[in-house]
Design a protein around this ligand. Structure first.
Ligand code: PEP
Length: 248
């Protein structure tokens, strides 16, 4: 099944109102690439101004709480980010798993909460370097998918991102064969869980994607786009990735 490529940025805890000027050239590149979906997840405080500044881009959150509302000091709900202008949220990012101790069950609950509020979801999975070195990458990713993908997931709102933790922000990437192998396994696992709907779910690769390596990574079978951290912070680095996706 043909799936549109999705190039999604993740600004993490970076950015400012001044940095939103980067979105102008990113929005222009997105407009010039009608065969690609472009999205940018920004810190909570920038969602509203980013959505106002770049109405043609899908602006998203980097996380949401699993509850719809309540006594959760310092947390932000899916309804809140949706009201601020977010169209999607990332859940289960490895930095939240590492820094906040989030589990695959948490990612599942957050994905469900986001879907209840009409948000699209990018759910992250990926092994650590120790797990890969121990030959456990496939099993770890399969288990994460099994525990975190909601039963009603389909491509209309749900995207999976495979992000090997050791490739995030390190400048290192898996080989094409390693990416192909995990993406095939992820697709098969999705198929076991949600049946034919798995064919419509995009599976992004994430981890040190740049303008230089994007074309090669995006050409791998079952790679339906990229989740991009560092290189999404400036248009100069992000636009070449959008263009690489558009040229495929
Ligand atoms: C990420 O954090 O999702 C990511 C892929 O980061 P980077 O592109 O910087 O490796």
């Amino acid at each position: 099944m043909a799936r549109r490529k999705l190039v999604a940025g993740n600004w993490k805890m970076n950015g400012s109102r001044a940095a939103l000027a980067e979105l102008d050239a990113i929005a222009s590149a997105a407009e010039a690439a009608p065969n690609v979906d472009v999205a940018v997840a920004v810190p909570f405080t920038l969602i509203a101004p980013a959505a106002d500044r770049a109405p043609g881009l899908a602006i998203g959150a980097e996380d949401v709480h699993e509850a719809d509302s309540g006594a959760h000091t310092g947390c932000v709900s899916a309804a809140m980010v949706q009201e601020a202008g977010a169209r999607f949220t990332i859940v289960g990012h490895s930095e939240r798993r590492a820094d906040q101790g989030e589990t695959s069950q948490d990612a599942w609950a957050k994905a469900a909460a986001a879907h209840r509020q009409g948000l699209n979801v990018i759910l992250c999975c990926g092994e650590t370097e120790a797990e890969r070195n121990a030959g456990r990458a496939e099993r770890v990713v399969q288990a994460q998918i099994e525990k975190s993908v909601p039963d009603n997931a389909d491509g209309s709102w749900f995207t999976l991102a495979y992000e090997p933790r050791w490739a995030i922000g390190t400048g290192r990437t898996p080989t094409v064969d390693e990416v192909a192998s995990i993406h095939a396994i992820a697709r098969a696992k999705l198929r076991m869980l949600i049946g034919d709907a798995a064919d419509g779910v995009r599976i992004l690769y994430g981890g040190s994607v740049t303008g230089e390596n994007a074309a090669v990574l995006l050409a791998v079978e079952n790679v339906d786009g990229a989740l991009v951290g560092g290189a999404s912070l400036t248009a100069a680095k992000f636009v070449p990735i959008i263009e690489a996706a558009a040229g495929l």
